[in-house]
Design a protein around this ligand. Structure first.
Ligand code: ATP
Length: 895
C-alpha cells in the first residue's frame, strides 16, 4: 500500500522524518516492540530426531538383523554388544553432525549484512537486523536491500529483484512515481518501492523502511526462506561413491567367506554372524561423517584467521589453488590513503607543505570538485565510505574546506555514480545566489587519463581556457611522475552540463596523487606462494605505472614486460592471450568484464584460480573463478557471489586459507588411508584364516568392538590434526582431480593392510604354533602344519586364548597405526603429541577399553576373552606396534 502513498504520507504514517530519520531512542523502542529484522530460522531438529536419523542406514539394519540372529542362537551377550555398538555409533554420529551444524550456523551469523541508516540526521553503519520501520536508509550500488523500503530519493537507481520476482534484468526505480490508487499493482511494477533481499545494481537512493523481518514481502513467501539442502563437496561425493563400491566389494568378500564356511561344514549360524559383523566392520561407514566434520571444523578455524567460508566445497578447492589473482587497492595495499601531491595548472605541490597557496582560485575549485563529487563522510570517529574519497575529505579539512558545509551551499540534485568500467563519477549541484539558486554546476572526478579525454578546457589562473596540446602533454607527464612514485592518481573536472548532457566539454581542474602503502605482510605471502608453486597476479583498475611500482615492491613482477593494460588486452585474440598469459603478472586499468576473460584464460591453461573482488561489477569474475574471494568491506553483491570472504581484506590471509585448505585435504587423506588399511587388515585376517580352514580369529562381537574403537575416535583425531603449515606450503599444489590414493596413497593402504593382516594372523597363531613347536611337530609341510593348527584351534580353551590375542593385537595395532599416520614424512619422535590432544585421548581410551575387555570379569564373560599375563601384554604390544615400526622404517629410508 505504501506504493500508493506519496513520500509525505509515508513519513507521516510511519512517524518518521525524511531528512533526519528516527531518533536513537525511538529506534530502540521500536526494535524492542517489533523484534529484529530477521527471517525466522526453519524449525531446528530435536536431538531425538537427529539420533533417529543416524539409524536410517542399511548397515544399521544389517546389524539389527545380526542382533536378532544372536538372540536366536542364544548368544545374548552378542546381541547386547551389537545393540551397544548401534547406540554408540548413532550417538557419535549425532554429536559430530551437531558440531558441524553449529559451526556452519555460527558462520551464517558472521556473514549477516550491515546497512547505512540515518538517525538523528547522522549517517551510521549498523547491522541490518537492527533496522526498524520508519528508519531512513541509504542505498548504494552493490548493497543488498535490507528491508522493504518506500524510496524518498533516487538517482539512476536500478535494482535486481530476481530473489523476489525471478526476473534478473535490473528494474529502474523512481522515488517520485506514484501508483494509481484504484488498482492493485503487481510487485514488479512498484517502482517507488524496493524490497528486502533484492540488490542495488546501480545508482543511489534513500528511503523509509516500511516492513522488516517476517513482515516483508520475502518474509511472507515462506517457502523461499527455508534453507536449501547443504550441497555435498566433490570429495564427499567421491567418498560416497567409493564407500558404495567398497560396501559391495566387502559384502562380496563376506559372502565368499560365508560360502566357504558352508563348504567346510562349519557352524552356519555362527559364521553367518561373523560374516555380517565383518561386512559391517569392513565398510568405512564413518568416512562421510569424518569428512563433514573435518571440513566444518576447518571452516570454524578459518574464522580465527579472518576468513569466512561461504560454501563447504571451497575448503577442498583452496588446497588445489595454483594462481591467486588479487586486486591491488586494499588487498595488497593498506587502503589507508593520504594525499601526497597535488597539481593544478601549473603548480606541483607536496600536500604536506600546501598551505597559503590553497587560497588560490584554482586550488579552491579543484578541492571543491573533489569534495562535492564525494560520497564519504567523516563524523567524529566514524569514517564512512571509500578510503580514496575519505583521503580527499582529510585533505580538504587540512586545507580548511569541509564537505558538509560545501554540500549545504551547493546542494546535490543528481549524480552519476562511480563505476570501475567508466572510472569516473559526476555530481550535479545548484549554485547559490543571494538566497536563491542560480543555475547548476557539475563536478567530475576519476582516473586522470579518462578525465582528460572528456575535457576541452583547463582552469588557468582562475579562468577556463581551451586546452592546448602542450597542456595535455604536461598533464600526462605529471600523471606519469606521480605514478612512478607509486601514487594513486585522481583528477577533477567541472562543467555546466546538466544531468542528461553527458560528461563532455569539461574544464580540467587538477590532479591529486595519493599514497597507499603496500602491506608488509603481503610481500612475505607472495614469497610463500612462490615456494608453494602458487603464482600471484595483480589485477587492478589503477594505472599501470602505479600498479607496477607496487608489484615490484611486493615481488609480484620483476620486469615491466610482465605488465599489460586492459586496452592492450582488448587487442589480443584468444590464442595470443593464451600464449602471453603465462608471463603476465600485472593487469592494469582493466574493467571488471576483462577480469572474467583473465580467469577463463588461466583456467584454460589448467590453473585453479582464486580471484579477489569487492565491487558491484566483480560478481561475474568471482563466480567464474574456482574460488571467488570477496573483501569484508566489499559490497553485498560481491560477497554473495564469492566462495569466501576476507574479513580483514588482507592478501596474506589468502595464504593462511590456502594452507588450511591443503591441511584439511591432507587430514582427510590420512583418515581415509588409515580407515581403509585398517579395515582391509581385519577383513583379510579373517578371510585368510577361514580360507585355510582354521577357526575364525575374531568373534562377531570382537569385530564390532574393534570397529567402534578404530572407526570413530582415531580417524576423527587424524581428521582434525594440526599440520606443519610450513612443510605443506613447500609442496606444489595438488591437481584438482587428484585421487586420494595418488602420491603413494594406494601403496600405503595396501602395504599397511597387508601388514595388519600379517600381525593379526601372527597373533592368532602364535599360541598353537608355540604348542606345535614345543611338541617338535612344526613341520615344513604346510598342509601338515595347517592340520595341526586346525586341530589345536578346535579346542575351546586354546581357541579362546588365540582369539583374545588376535582381538587385542588388532585393536591395539590400529591405535599405533593411527599415531604413525599423523605425518607420513616424520618420525613419531619428532611429532608433538599435544598438537593433537584428540589423538592422545583416542589412544588412552582405546588402550584402556582394550585392557578392560580382557581384565574386567563381566566383559570377559561378554566377549568370551581370557585374562592375559603381563608377559602376554608385552608380547602383544610389540606385535601391535609393528605398523609404527614400519612407519619409522619408511621415514628413515626416505631420508
Ligand atoms: P583495484 O582494482 O586494485 O581495487 P582500483 O581501486 O584502483 O584498484 P578501480 O576502483 O576500478 O580500481 O579504480 C580505477 C581508477 O578509478 C582509479 O585508479 C582512480 O583513478 C579512479 N577512482 C577510484 N575510485 C574513485 C572514486 N571513488 N571516484 C572517482 N574515481 C575513482
Amino acid at each position: 500500500m505504501f506504493e500508493k502513498q506519496n513520500i509525505q504520507e509515508t513519513v507521516n504514517e510511519l512517524k518518521s522524518d525524511a531528512v533526519k530519520g528516527l531518533t536513537d531512542g525511538e529506534a530502540f523502542r521500536r526494535l524492542q516492540q517489533n523484534g529484529r529484522n530477521e527471517m525466522k530460522a526453519a524449525r531446528k531438529k530435536t536431538k531425538i530426531q537427529l539420533f533417529l536419523e543416524q539409524l536410517k542406514d542399511p548397515l544399521i539394519y544389517i546389524l539389527l538383523i545380526a542382533a536378532v540372529v544372536s538372540v536366536f542362537l542364544g548368544e545374548l551377550s552378542d546381541a547386547v554388544i551389537i545393540g551397544t555398538v548401534v547406540v554408540v555409533n548413532a550417538l557419535v554420529g549425532m554429536l559430530q553432525e551437531g558440531k558441524a551444524r553449529k559451526a556452519l550456523e555460527a558462520l551464517k551469523k558472521l556473514t549477516s549484512p550491515q546497512t547505512i541508516v540515518i538517525r538523528e540526521g547522522i549517517r551510521q553503519e549498523i547491522p541490518a537486523a537492527e533496522l526498524v520501520t520508519g528508519d531512513l536508509v541509504d542505498l548504494e550500488a552493490g548493497a543488498q536491500v535490507p528491508a522493504d523500503i518506500r524510496l524518498t530519493r533516487s538517482s539512476n537507481l536500478q535494482v535486481e529483484e530476481s530473489a523476489l520476482t525471478g526476473e534478473s534484468v535490473p528494474v529502474e526505480k523512481d522515488a517520485l512515481f506514484l501508483a494509481d490508487c484504484r488498482h492493485e499493482i503487481p510487485l514488479a511494477e512498484r517502482v517507488n518501492m524496493v524490497y528486502m533481499s533484492t540488490v542495488v545494481t546501480h545508482g543511489h537512493g534513500e528511503g523509509i523502511v516500511t516492513a522488516t523481518g517476517m513482515d516483508t514481502e520475502i518474509g511472507r513467501i515462506a517457502s523461499m526462506i527455508t534453507d536449501a539442502e547443504e550441497e555435498m563437496t566433490p570429495l564427499q561425493k567421491r567418498l560416497g561413491d567409493m564407500g558404495k563400491l567398497l560396501s559391495i566389494l566387502s559384502l562380496g568378500v563376506c559372502a565368499a567367506l560365508f560360502l566357504l564356511a558352508v563348504f567346510q561344514h562349519r557352524n552356519i549360524p555362527e559364521m553367518l554372524l561373523v560374516a555380517i559383523s565383518l561386512a559391517v566392520a569392513a565398510v568405512p561407514e564413518g568416512l562421510p561423517a569424518v569428512v563433514t566434520i573435518c571440513l566444518a571444523l576447518s571452516v570454524t578455524r578459518m574464522v580465527k584467521v579472518h576468513t569466512i567460508i561461504r560454501r563447504l566445497p571451497s575448503v577442498e578447492t583452496l588446497g588445489a589453488v595454483s594462481v591467486v589473482c588479487s586486486d591491488k587497492t586494499g588487498t595488497l595495499t593498506q587502503n589507508r590513503l593520504t594525499v601526497e601531491k597535488c597539481w593544478w595548472y601549473d603548480v606541483l605541490e607536496d600536500a604536506a607543505g600546501s598551505n597559503g597557496r590553497g587560497e588560490s582560485r584554482c586550488v579552491q575549485e579543484m578541492l571543491r570538485g573533489m569534495l562535492l563529487c564525494n560520497d564519504a563522510s567523516l563524523q567524529g570517529e566514524q569514517r564512512i565510505g571509500d578510503p580514496t574519497e575519505l583521503a580527499l575529505l582529510d585533505f580538504g579539512e587540512k586545507m580548511g574546506m569541509h564537505r558538509e558545509r560545501l554540500e549545504k551551499q551547493y546542494p546535490r540534485y543528481d549524480e552519476k555514480p562511480f563505476d570501475s568500467d567508466r572510472k569516473m563519477m559526476t555530481t550535479y549541484h545548484r549554485i547559490p545566489k543571494n538566497g536563491g539558486h542560480k543555475g547548476s554546476i557539475a563536478y567530475t572526478k576519476g582516473a586522470p587519463d579518462v578525465i582528460v579525454q572528456h575535457c576541452t578546457h583547463i582552469l588557468q589562473d582562475g579562468r577556463s581556457v581551451p586546452m592546448t596540446a602542450g597542456q595535455r602533454k604536461r598533464i600526462s607527464e605529471v600523471v606519469e611522475l606521480m605514478n612512478s612514485l607509486a601514487l594513486r592518481t585522481l583528477a577533477a573536472a567541472q562543467s555546466g552540463n546538466t544531468p542528461g548532457c553527458g560528461e563532455e566539454g569539461m574544464t580540467f581542474l587538477g590532479i591529486v596523487g595519493m599514497r597507499d602503502p603496500a602491506r608488509p605482510e603481503a610481500e612475505e605471502a607472495v614469497e610463500i606462494f612462490r615456494r608453494a608453486g602458487v603464482s600471484t597476479v595483480m589485477i587492478t583498475g589503477d594505472h599501470v605505472d602505479t600498479a607496477y611500482a607496487i608489484a615490484r615492491q611486493l615481488g609480484i613482477a620483476g620486469h615491466r614486460s610482465q605488465c599489460i593494460t586492459g586496452e592492450e588486452l582488448n587487442h589480443l585474440d584468444d590464442a595470443s592471450f593464451a600464449r602471453r598469459i603465462r608471463n603476465i603478472r600485472v593487469y592494469a586499468r582493466v574493467t571488471p568484464a576483462q577480469k572474467v576473460r583473465i580467469v577463463k584464460g588461466l583456467q584454460q591453461n589448467g590453473e585453479i584460480v582464486a580471484m579477489t573482488g569487492d565491487g558491484v561489477n566483480d560478481a561475474p569474475s568471482l563466480k567464474a573463478a574456482d574460488i571467488g574471494v570477496a573483501m569484508g568491506t566489499g559490497v553485498d553483491v560481491a560477497k554473495q557471489a564469492a566462495d569466501m570472504i576476507l574479513t580483514d581484506d588482507n592478501f596474506a590471509t589468502i595464504e593462511k586459507a590456502i594452507e588450511e585448505g591443503r591441511g584439511v585435504y591432507e587430514n582427510i587423506r590420512k583418515s581415509v588411508i588409515f580407515l581403509l588399511s585398517s579395515n582391509l587388515g581385519e577383513l583379510m585376517t579373517m578371510f585368510a584364516a577361514v580360507a585355510l580352514g582354521l577357526a575364525s580369529p575374531l568373534k562377531s562381537s570382537h569385530i564390532l568392538w574393534i570397529n567402534l574403537i578404530t572407526d570413530s575416535l582415531p580417524a576423527l583425531a587424524l581428521g582434525v590434526d594440526k599440520n606443519d603449515g610450513k612443510s605443506l606450503m613447500r609442496c606444489p599444489p595438488r591437481k584438482a582431480a587428484e585421487s586420494l590414493f595418488a602420491r603413494g596413497g594406494m601403496a600405503c593402504t595396501l602395504l599397511y593392510g597387508a601388514l595388519i593382516t600379517g600381525i593379526g594372523l601372527a597373533a592368532f597363531l602364535v599360541l598353537p604354533c608355540g604348542i606345535l613347536a614345543g611338541r617338535g611337530e612344526l613341520s615344513w609341510n604346510l598342509s601338515d602344519w595347517v592340520e595341526g593348527l586346525r586341530e589345536l584351534l578346535s579346542r575351546e580353551k586354546i581357541l579362546a586364548r588365540s582369539q583374545t590375542y588376535a582381538f587385542t593385537v588388532l585393536g591395539m595395532c590400529q591405535l599405533y597405526h593411527a599415531v604413525g599416520m599423523r605425518d607420513m614424512q616424520k618420525s613419531v619422535f619428532a611429532m608433538r603429541p599435544w598438537d593433537n590432544p584428540l589423538m592422545v585421548l583416542a589412544c588412552v581410551i582405546g588402550f584402556a577399553l582394550q585392557f578392560a575387555v580382557t581384565e574386567v570379569p563381566f566383559l570377559i564373560e561378554a566377549f568370551g576373552t581370557s585374562h592375559l599375563s603381563g608377559q602376554e601384554w608385552l608380547l602383544l604390544n610389540v606385535l601391535a606396534a609393528f605398523p609404527l615400526l614400519a612407519h619409522e622404517l619408511v621415514v628413515m629410508l626416505r631420508k
